[in-house]
Design a protein around this ligand. Structure first.
Ligand code: HEC
Ligand code: HEC
Ligand code: HEC
Ligand code: HEC
Ligand code: HEC
Length: 488
């Protein structure tokens, strides 16, 4: 009977220890958060919850509360035990730590319950942190959680060829070390967002972006020879008729490698390991280049500079020279804020009926380039500006073609909506595109016929034909290449 008495005492003592506000709060927190997490998981099984904040709450905040509760339970008990002993309450409490007799079925039962609960806890914690990681990798989380901050990049992304590629595929890529780096960096960003100290616009280029070859090349293979790529550019004049002009050229994308036997063109020259190009930018945004080095397949090292330009010292080369990779040309593969003029060219090309609106390009461009205080106000004002223009200047058109005018106004405001973000000081001017040379220096940062080796033997060439061959220039109609081939 003495054993039974001991047992009663032991259980009683544990309850006695647990009887304190800290432990009780811990039990309540743990139980509540566990129940909530389980409920959310079940609800999510039915696909009801899409909101990105929900993920943060259910799988980051709640598990944190859960763990906090778990930690509180023993802390409270230990404190209370010490207090009881100090107060000299009873002999029993002064005794050593409780000894457990596992021959006793009741102790065994309590132990089984504790082990069982711990297992359940482990499952809850494990699966919720798994879901937390999944959530944080989702496009919704990256693009929408900090809505204002990411709005420009997210809006542009949704319209891009990569809108089905998750943000993390380019921004983190495979492997654990970049995952951890990105999460640490993420903590810093959450802090800046919370205290509202983030830069506007978000800085570009991204200094911490993973080398593009480790991300882009998960899907694209530069060793693959693309050959020439046929591109037709359409540009509309700002005259009353919005007159189009079509230019078609073969872009010498190329690729390949010496091994494969077929090589050459733009990709082979800059990114295939046969040639390695390093450069030093003259400014933080890499919009100018002051020093270039090429190591040829034969191992010859050529350095190109411009006459009279200040050059980086040896020490600076160590820190500032950058090995050229995909994003030194494709820096806007997905976050492209196209210029108003080009965006409208595209609208006119895809909705040719809008060419019937006199001066549409001129007016839409002017409205989109206007300054507005907020994104929402801009979207509305651009629309209003188009409607007002036709009402005041072309009342006939406004009256007879009301639907067309409305549709023109809508398209113009949509262009504004995806290219201008006053809250983030972001638009087509703040985020230049390095492909080509039309709106920004792009290829001509190096290919300006002035960057040369000291002996003047090699110049980074500006000849148009090196990069593309014109097939048709400023034609009034879309060139019909099929007809050409058929000889008609
Ligand atoms: C196809 C690859 C790709 C995908 C997908 C992608 N990004 Fe980017 N992102 C880039 C590149 C490349 C840059 C520009 C890097 C540079 O110039 O340094 C960039 C830059 C950014 C910047 C810095 C500002 C800027 O515009 O240069 C932010 C912010 C950003 N991305 C957020 C996102 C978010 C959010 C998503 C998902 C909704 C996303 N990205 C998806 C490739 C990608
Ligand atoms: C997860 C796979 C994936 C990754 C990573 C990826 N891309 Fe792509 N990319 C695609 C797919 C798929 C397409 C074709 C989209 C289409 O035609 O609808 C594409 C298209 C492109 C195009 C052609 C766009 C056009 O207008 O036709 C370029 C250029 C490009 N990617 C560059 C990049 C660069 C640069 C990176 C790295 C910053 C990158 N991609 C990362 C999957 C990927
Ligand atoms: C020197 C500049 C430059 C570099 C570096 C570069 N590209 Fe390109 N890339 C181009 C140009 C120019 C085009 C043709 C663009 C066009 O369609 O107007 C192109 C086209 C592409 C296309 C579309 C091909 C097609 O035929 O549709 C893909 C995909 C692509 N690049 C991926 C990459 C990847 C991945 C890297 C890095 C490994 C890379 N590029 C590096 C300049 C570059
Ligand atoms: C950072 C400097 C740099 C930038 C930016 C750059 N290139 Fe180059 N490119 C070079 C160098 C260096 C060579 C080798 C020049 C030589 O032949 O001595 C080269 C060679 C070439 C060649 C081969 C020329 C030949 O002799 O046949 C082509 C084509 C080319 N580049 C296209 C482009 C295009 C298109 C872009 C923009 C999308 C671009 N490059 C951007 C540095 C650059
Ligand atoms: C170093 C390579 C390079 C050189 C040199 C070069 N271009 Fe280009 N050019 C490009 C690329 C790349 C594009 C495609 C840009 C894009 O994809 O939007 C382009 C596009 C163009 C376009 C269409 C622009 C538009 O968006 O409407 C014109 C016009 C053009 N080039 C004219 C010229 C002329 C004229 C020369 C000679 C003085 C020249 N280029 C020299 C690389 C080059």
């Amino acid at each position: 009977m003495a054993a039974q008495e001991d047992r009663r005492k032991l259980v009683g003592r544990l309850f006695n220890y647990a009887n304190n506000p800290i432990t009780i709060a811990g039990v309540v927190l743990t139980t509540l958060s566990a129940l909530l997490i389980i409920t959310f998981m079940v609800v999510e099984l039915f696909g009801e919850l899409e909101n990105p904040y929900f993920g943060l709450f259910a799988y980051v905040f709640l598990p944190a509360v859960f763990v906090l509760g778990l930690i509180e339970i023993p802390i409270g008990m230990l404190r209370r035990r010490r207090k009881l002993i100090r107060g000299g309450t009873t002999e029993a409490e002064k005794s050593e730590y409780p000894t457990f007799n596992f021959n006793d079925p009741k102790v065994r039962r309590v132990a089984m319950i504790i082990i069982g609960l711990t297992a359940v806890n482990a499952v809850i914690l494990g699966s919720s942190s798994f879901i937390a990681v999944e959530k944080m990798e989702s496009v919704e989380f990256c693009g929408e959680t900090c809505h204002t901050v990411m709005q420009p990049e997210f809006a542009a992304y949704q319209q891009s060829p990569h809108s089905r590629v998750a943000c993390v595929e380019c921004h983190i890529g495979p492997g654990a070390s970049w995952f951890v780096k990105s999460k640490l960096d993420g903590l810093r960003q959450v802090w800046h967002t919370a205290v509202d100290s983030y830069p506007r616009p978000v800085e570009t280029p991204l200094r911490t972006l993973r080398p593009a070859r480790e991300t882009c090349e998960q899907c694209h293979w530069p060793g693959k020879h693309h050959g020439d790529k046929l591109r037709t550019f359409v540009r509309h004049a700002t005259d009353e008729e919005n007159t189009p002009a079509y230019t078609s050229m073969l872009l010498k994308t190329g690729g390949g490698s010496l091994d494969t036997g077929r090589h050459g063109g733009i990709h082979w020259w800059h990114i295939e390991s046969d040639n390695v190009i390093r450069f030093v930018a003259g400014d933080d945004r890499r919009e100018s280049v002051v020093w270039v080095e090429l190591i040829t397949p034969e191992g010859e090292v050529r350095t190109y500079t411009r006459d009279g330009e200040e050059l980086p010292s040896e020490a600076e080369l160590e820190t500032r020279a950058r090995i050229m990779d995909c994003i030194d040309c494709h820096n806007r593969p997905t976050h492209l804020f196209n210029t108003p003029a080009k965006s409208i060219d595209w609208v006119l090309e895809t909705h040719p009926e809008l060419r019937g609106l006199p001066y549409f390009k001129r007016q839409a461009k002017k409205a989109i380039e206007g300054e507005y205080d907020t994104h929402v106000e801009g979207v509305r004002s651009v629309r209003d500006a188009i409607l007002t223009f036709y009402r005041d200047e072309y009342p006939d058109v406004a009256a007879n073609d009301a639907e067309l005018v409305e549709s023109g106004a809508d398209y113009a405001s949509r262009v504004y909506a995806r290219t201008s973000f006053p809250e983030m000081n972001t638009n087509w001017e703040t985020h230049p595109n390095h492909i080509g040379h039309d709106d920004f220096p792009g290829c001509w940062r190096c290919h300006d016929d002035e960057m040369a080796t000291p002996d003047g033997k090699h110049v980074i060439p500006m000849d148009c034909d090196n990069c593309h061959v014109y097939l048709v220039e400023d034609a009034p109609e879309v060139p019909d290449f099929a007809a050409l081939i058929n000889g008609s």
